[in-house]
Design a protein around this ligand. Structure first.
Ligand SMILES: Nc1ncnc2c1ncn2[C@@H]1O[C@H](COP(=O)(O)OP(=O)(O)OP(=O)(O)O)[C@@H](O)[C@H]1O
Length: 326
């Protein structure tokens, strides 16, 4: 495919996804993702964490990146091509090899009635990654990247594996096509705290040794801090603050990120594991106004915040959607 290194791997520009729901005679409009922008460069693979409370739009954004949901507005390009406009054939022969999902619960991904290696063979067959004996070789290679082998996994059923092993197999399945981008939606939230680190370290290895970029979707700031190079903090569809994770979580600028950080014991994974840190509880009410979505809860709210939508401003090495930095 025509792709040059100076072209971004993933380019999301003012992306919006609207859901309309009918209640009686009225139709309500929900911007699950609202004017969100982020870019992953092609030259240097990175782990980008998309963090936010439940309902903030993380999964909807991930589903659009995976081509499973169509954007309502804005641009979503992968290696310079609009994902929404790819033909079914282009998706099958190119896009789905390049961009692979990793799901939250490996035991929900794999049927208990099917041998777990059958999923690996199915992926190898669907994407025609190899022929004959090379199929086993390719599957074994992918399993070795995650610390397993085909000999260990062959013939086994999901319930014969631990949660950590099952998630490794699910990551190996994603690697069979040699993707450039993994979209991992809460990939460690079902695992015991002790296993989380090993899977998160695996993502770092994939970035460093295999050149795979990862879009890491999480509600957990401590694992985002531990794993990611950059982070985007989502609030009701907006990305309110984005930049290097040490800056954004080390010294947050957006009042919402500041609130989130204060609700986490400390953004130090070694100390925070037992505390199971999560983001602040979902607000009970969140009045909709024409202005900033955080205005009703913001301790630094100004008059204009209630009527105008802030742009994203560059400040201290990150981008912040807040008038304080205009
Ligand atoms: N198909 C749909 N139809 C209508 N509304 C939807 C649909 N999918 C998502 N939503 C709504 O969009 C908003 C964002 O949902 P989304 O699942 O993207 O959030 P999230 O941050 O991933 O949350 P969670 O962590 O709970 O999965 C929610 O209010 C959700 O109810």
């Amino acid at each position: 495919m025509q792709h040059t290194l100076d072209q971004p791997l993933l380019e999301i520009d003012h992306l919006t996804r609207v859901f309309l729901s009918r209640q009686g005679l009225s139709v309500t409009r929900l911007e699950a993702v609202d004017d969100a922008s982020l870019t992953l460069t092609a030259g240097k693979p990175e782990i980008y964490a998309l963090a936010g409370e439940s309902g903030s739009g993380k999964t909807t954004l991930a589903r659009m990146v995976l081509g499973l949901e169509r954007p309502s507005e804005g641009t979503l390009n992968y290696k310079g091509r609009s994902v929404g406009e790819l033909s079914a054939r282009d998706k099958r022969t190119w896009f789905y090899k390049e961009v692979q999902p990793v799901f939250q619960d490996p035991f929900a991904t794999f049927s208990p009635m099917k041998r777990i290696d059958s999923y690996l063979y199915e992926t190898a067959r669907n994407y025609q990654v190899a022929k004959g004996a090379d199929v086993d070789k390719r599957i074994d290679e992918a399993l070795r990247v995650v610390g397993l082998t085909l000999a260990e996994v062959r013939g086994r059923y999901p319930n014969e594996l631990s949660g950590g092993q099952a998630q490794r197999v699910s990551i190996a399945r994603a690697l069979i096509t040699r993707p450039s981008l993994l979209v991992a939606d809460e990939p460690v939230s079902m695992l015991d705290a002790s296993l989380r680190m090993s899977i998160l370290n695996l993502f770092k290895d994939l970035r460093d040794k295999e050149g795979v970029a990862v879009l890491y979707i999480t509600h957990d700031l401590a694992t985002a801090y531990y794993t990611a190079d950059r982070i985007g903090v989502m609030l009701r569809g907006w990305i309110v603050e984005t930049g290097p994770v040490e800056r954004v979580l080390g010294s947050p600028l957006h009042p919402y990120t500041q609130l989130l950080k204060s609700s986490v014991p400390q953004a130090d994974p070694d100390k925070a594991w037992s505390a199971e840190p999560t983001l602040a509880p979902r607000p009970v009410t969140f009045p909709v106004s024409g202005g900033c979505k955080f205005a009703a809860r913001c301790p630094k709210v100004m008059d204009r915040c209630r009527v105008e939508i802030p742009a994203s401003y560059e400040a201290e090495g990150r981008s912040v959607k807040c008038f304080l930095y205009a």
